[in-house]
Design a protein around this ligand. Structure first.
Ligand code: 13P
Length: 254
């Protein structure tokens, strides 16, 4: 199955509202009718409404960076799946390593978030990845398998089709160290085998698996050349329009 590369920029806690809106307008103009690549951005919560308006009808996806696991209720300061869906988001990042490690999010909580996102037709970009320590201890597969098992518990094959998995080795995030394309490919292949066993080959083949961790215009081509890498989740290089567009351009040739 031929899949268009899916390139998503995770802005994290960066940019101002004005900069974000300008970025979105320029991205829309630059991509125009180009459709070799599926593109998305993850702005801060407080920019989502404005940016979704700018990108409405463009085919560019907007993802929230997080949601709470409950549909609604007394959770001061939290944002629900339906709220981000209502302003126009199509996707949501769930289980990003910064949420796992800085905010101590555990697999069961992540699993509940995935379920609540799916219940309102918001597509989760479900992030998994090992720390440097775990990689050095040769525990990468063990860690990824546990994250997949915990995060996807109770999710049916029908719903798996709406999930994107992002492999983001923690040691490669924001460090300038990218996984070797072949090493990343091997983990992607492991993820796809896991999905094949649990959900069957057709579902596994249709699943998007993105790579994230110090992706830049210079390494995007080698990463996208790997057969198991279907897209990229870009952090630092996505907050400058120029470098993000360069990555999209490189990806469009794969
Ligand atoms: P960097 O590209 O800055 O390493 O961040 C990757 C990431 O965390 C994307 O979600």
């Amino acid at each position: 199955m031929i899949k268009k590369p899916f390139i998503v920029g995770n802005w994290k806690m960066n940019l101002t509202l004005r900069e974000g809106v300008e970025f979105a307008k320029s991205l829309r103009n630059s991509l125009n009718d180009r459709n070799e690549v599926i593109c998305g951005i993850c702005p801060s919560f407080v920019f989502l409404n404005d940016i979704c308006k700018v990108l409405k009808g463009s085919g560019i996806c907007v993802a929230a960076q997080n949601i709470h696991s409950e549909k609604n209720g007394a959770y001061t300061g939290e944002i629900s799946a339906i709220m981000v869906k209502e302003v126009g988001c199509t996707h949501v990042l769930i289980g990003h390593s910064e949420r796992r490690h800085i905010f101590n999010e555990a697999d069961a909580f992540i699993n509940a978030k995935i379920k609540v996102a799916l219940s309102v037709n918001l597509k989760p970009i479900f992030c998994v990845g090992e720390t440097l320590h775990e990689r050095e201890d040769e525990k990468t597969r063990y860690v990824i398998e546990n994250q997949l098992t915990g995060g996807l518990r109770g999710i049916s094959a029908d719903h798996i089709r709406d999930i994107v998995i992002a492999y983001e080795p923690v040691w490669a995030i924001g460090t300038g160290k990218t996984a070797l394309p072949q090493d990343a490919n091997e983990v992607h292949s492991f993820i796809r085998s896991f999905i094949t066993v649990e959900y069957g080959i057709d579902t596994a083949n249709s699943l998007y698996i993105q790579y994230g961790g110090s992706v830049k215009p210079e390494n995007a081509g080698d990463l996208m050349a790997q057969p198991e890498i279907d897209g990229l989740l870009v952090g630092g290089a996505s907050i400058q329009l120029e470098s993000f567009l360069e990555i999209v351009e490189v990806a469009s040739t794969h």
